[in-house]
Design a protein around this ligand. Structure first.
Ligand SMILES: [Zn+2]
Length: 367
């Protein structure tokens, strides 16, 4: 899961994962037979047995498996390779009115690594228990999604259904490591532009029941720390640019930004999830003494933390620039640190000129 957690920022809709037990209604005595059958469950198991875990995902086998499945459904297939060895598989079910904006269903090919010795069953065996549970890395996140797309199409086709709009399925690599060589390249491509996407669905959260939960305006959390340094001094003197004074000035700037966003919500022009929220979560300063804090010392450092949530349409680079230039300007001896999740990996950055160079760095060092 993702973006840069959600790289599909163009339309950040996400689909909750159906509980895989939807497919698992057969009894234990039928299992050996089922393994040999061509069913949604066996398709799912076959996909799970292809090891697409990092750091060496087998994209070739995954793509050839999914391509064969798609061809058995009569879907058009196209393999795009923006970076060598990182295929994007694009499947298309033409609609009866292809001039309408299309529907895009996305799923990622890769999964996070597994530690087999800690598993009850080999994480790439797709072992199915008598109760119908399947053990496999990537089962929920998110190979069940790709199989559900394909099986839903199989089901609809068996009923002779033809969609009005063209439906595309994109199967992308490297989502778990930021998607830089996968979805990020795909959405910038001419091929993507040509799809005329009007609506997209991506993975979401697993659901313990049978319901589908669809989310939109899913925001990206950033943990932001700003630090101020200043001249330490006696509490009796007024200095210019002390650390706490510096920090307070920044807190006021952050508060004004917060108000500008909150005002839109209060005026009924947007929902909470449609604006960038920022809330102070801690303030840290002071020289510790035996009974609390020294009351006659101005500290040389002060720090504040904020919970920041970016909307799908927020430009992360613009937000970073705002933090660097307005919330923690170096000219006032301020610094900042931002932490967020890239895939399932916690990433932090300080004073980097570009989010992309940061992402590239983490990919290079093997996160
Ligand atoms: Zn995922």
């Amino acid at each position: 899961m993702a973006t840069p957690q959600s790289h599909f920022r163009f339309l950040a809709f996400s689909l909750s994962i159906i509980h895989i037990s939807l497919f698992l209604s057969t009894t234990a005595t039928q299992l050996p037979l089922l393994e040999e059958q061509d069913t949604p469950i066996t398709h799912f198991q076959r996909y799970l047995r292809i090891n697409t875990a990092h750091p060496t995902p087998d994209y070739t086998s995954a793509v050839s498996f999914l391509k064969a499945q798609a061809q058995s459904l009569g879907l058009k297939t196209q393999t795009l390779e923006f970076v060598q060895g990182k295929p994007v598989l694009l499947l298309t079910w033409p609609g009866s009115n292809p001039s309408l904006p299309s529907l895009l269903l996305n799923s990622h090919l890769d999964s996070v690594p597994a530690e087999p010795e800690k598993w009850l069953h080999n994480p790439f065996s797709a072992h199915r228990t008598a109760s119908g549970a399947i053990f496999a890395r990537g089962a929920q996140d998110d190979k069940c999604i790709a199989i559900q797309y394909l099986e839903a199409i199989r089901n609809l086709k068996s009923q002779s259904f033809t969609p009005h709009r063209t439906i595309h399925i994109s199967l992308v690599p490297d989502e778990e490591i930021g998607g830089i060589d996968g979805a990020a390249k795909f959405v910038e491509s001419e091929e993507f532009n040509g799809l005329n996407v009007g609506f997209a669905l991506d993975e979401g959260q697993a659901s313990p029941g049978d319901e589908f939960r669809v989310f939109y305006s899913d925001r990206v959390p950033w943990n932001v720390k700003i630090r101020a340094k200043g001249r330490p001094g006696h509490g009796s003197r007024m200095y210019d640019g002390s650390a706490v004074e510096n920090l307070m000035e920044s807190v006021e700037v952050v508060s004004r930004f917060r108000e500008s966003q909150f005002d839109v919500v209060k005026a009924g022009k947007a929902l909470n999830g449609e604006v960038v929220s920022v809330n102070p979560v801690y303030v840290k300063a002071g020289v510790v003494s035996e009974d609390g804090f020294a009351m006659n010392v101005q500290p040389s450092e002060a720090e504040a933390g904020f919970d920041l949530r970016l909307t799908p349409t927020t430009d992360p680079e613009e937000m970073r620039r705002r933090i660097a230039e307005e919330w923690a300007p170096a000219v006032r001896n301020m610094s900042y640190e931002v932490r967020f999740l890239m895939g399932n990996v916690a990433v932090s950055f300080r004073h980097l000129s570009s989010m992309l160079s940061l992402a590239a760095f983490f990919v290079q060092v093997g996160f």
